[in-house]
Design a protein around this ligand. Structure first.
Ligand code: GLN
Length: 452
């Protein structure tokens, strides 16, 4: 009944929201039946979940919102999909996103944008706009996203939902179509903090198939979320990053953030200003590292191994077919990243660009480590602005990149961070971000639950 109700809801509203690229009605009903028969049990038995289309699902179309993978049905499941199945969840389908997770608005999907359920003329954030919109529109209670520079948290913020990026290596990347391997982190999207923690606990944990997976027990995120709810924060130190202050956040965003900060102080928390002097270089460092890794990872889409192949008429060389396929299969933002990345990695420029960005990454990591000697978590708005109208930031890539100003430092460091709804600005949701030290995901959930 629960699965059917959500499928009905998708049927009723998704023509307007377009959160889904593929709805797996038959698969969902079959999975629900297995729960009903008692064949499958688990902590989330029968709970529907939507999965971002950058995660491979056996036999179910997976495109990463790119034309180059149109019609591809993966022969295997990602580790987190296996874990979702073992927990008894019912996968409803695959959600829309920016192509290969590059973007902040879902406008770069090759299959058309997702509309923000709060205002259908505005973006739902990105890259995981489909997962966040599905939750905001009550099409799914839970969803999986991936966060490379903010793609779980920023969509969460602008759709009034909860999105968490676990510690890098805390959730397996096996079966996640790689964008930037040193940053990509799958994580939960939900309607409240406890649900996010439950989903987190089900998908997290060591995986031998991912060499960067952390071989340590998963922090007790569910217990922390339950302890934090309505709770006491005395003794908890919240770090306010000095360098984020003159950042150009919209006034309504700053006001909602400040109000929530005061609420946390009323619960006993103490606010301490900390300096993270290298955060101002996070965006430029990210836009060298992420495109560099993407240019290498996307080399596998060559028209031979998967999906689209263009111009293979028997008269053309392999190189011509590859070039025609890649030209037709990749959208403009993906091409921009590949070109930027190959340039940054090319001989003679490597030290000046990629090498330099890696050094900046180390300095940002030190900023975090020094800050966490003084405070328990860092806090900020999740994103400087509320959901913007379609088309308003597509003509200037830099304007789009600014959406992740506050989320990107955490990815370069590797720690966990969560976005929790914290009120409205001009009738649109604002997100409050909590960043914690690596493997202190439980601490992040505790503060998040108190805020809620
Ligand atoms: N918006 C950022 C980008 O375009 C982050 C994307 C992400 O986290 N996948 O790269």
């Amino acid at each position: 009944e629960v699965a059917q109700a959500h499928l009905d809801r998708i049927e009723a509203v998704d023509s307007r929201v377009h959160a889904f690229l593929h709805v797996d009605r038959a698969g969902a009903l079959a999975a629900a039946a297995r729960v009903d028969n008692g064949e499958v049990d688990g902590p989330l038995a029968g709970v529907p979940v939507a999965v971002k289309d950058v995660i491979v699902t056996k036999g179910v179309p997976t495109t990463a919102a790119s034309k180059i993978l149109e019609g591809w049905r993966p022969p295997y499941n990602a580790t987190i999909v296996e874990r979702l199945q073992a927990a008894g969840t019912v996968m409803l389908g695959k959600t829309n996103m920016d192509e290969f997770a590059m973007g902040s608005s879902t406008e770069y999907s090759a299959y058309g944008p997702t509309n923000n359920p709060w205002d259908l003329g505005r973006i739902p954030g990105g890259s995981g706009g489909g997962s966040a919109a599905a939750i905001a529109a009550y099409e799914a209670p839970l969803a999986i996203g991936t966060d490379t520079g903010g793609s779980i948290r920023q969509p969460g913020a602008v759709t009034g939902t909860v999105g968490a990026k676990p510690t890098y290596g805390g959730t397996s990347r096996y079966g996640l179509i790689a964008f930037s391997s040193s940053l990509d982190t799958p994580g939960p999207c939900a309607r409240n903090v406890e649900d996010a923690a439950l989903l987190h606990s089900v998908i997290a944990g060591h995986d031998v198939r991912d060499s960067t997976s952390i071989p340590q027990p998963v922090p007790d995120v569910v217990g922390a979320a339950r302890r934090g709810a309505g709770g006491d924060l005395s003794g908890v130190k919240l770090g306010l990053v000095k360098e984020f202050a003159g950042d150009g956040s919209e006034p309504g965003v700053s006001a909602a953030f400040r109000e929530s900060l005061e609420a946390l102080v009323k619960l006993g928390a103490e606010v301490v200003e900390v300096s993270c002097p290298h955060f101002e270089y996070a965006l430029p460092a990210y836009y060298l590292i992420a495109p560099s890794e993407c240019s290498s990872n996307l080399a596998r889409f060559d028209g031979v191994r998967y999906g689209l192949r263009v111009g293979d008429d028997g008269n053309r060389s392999l190189e011509e077919v590859m070039s025609l396929t890649r030209d037709a299969g990749f959208g403009p933002e993906v091409k921009r990243r590949i070109i930027l990345g190959t340039y940054a990695l090319s001989s003679g420029y490597y030290d000046a660009y990629y090498g330099q960005a890696q050094k900046v990454r180390t300095l940002i990591t030190r900023d975090f480590q020094q800050a966490f000697e003084r405070v328990d978590v860092l806090v900020s708005p999740t994103t400087p602005f509320v959901a913007f109208p379609f088309g308003s930031r597509t003509s200037d890539p830099y304007q789009m990149y600014l959406a992740d100003l506050f989320t990107i430092p955490t990815n370069l460091y590797g720690g966990p961070a969560i976005s929790v709804p914290c009120g409205l600005s001009e009738g649109l949701p604002v997100g409050f971000q909590i960043m914690a030290p690596t493997m202190a995901d439980d601490r992040m959930y505790r503060v998040a639950a108190a805020l809620e």
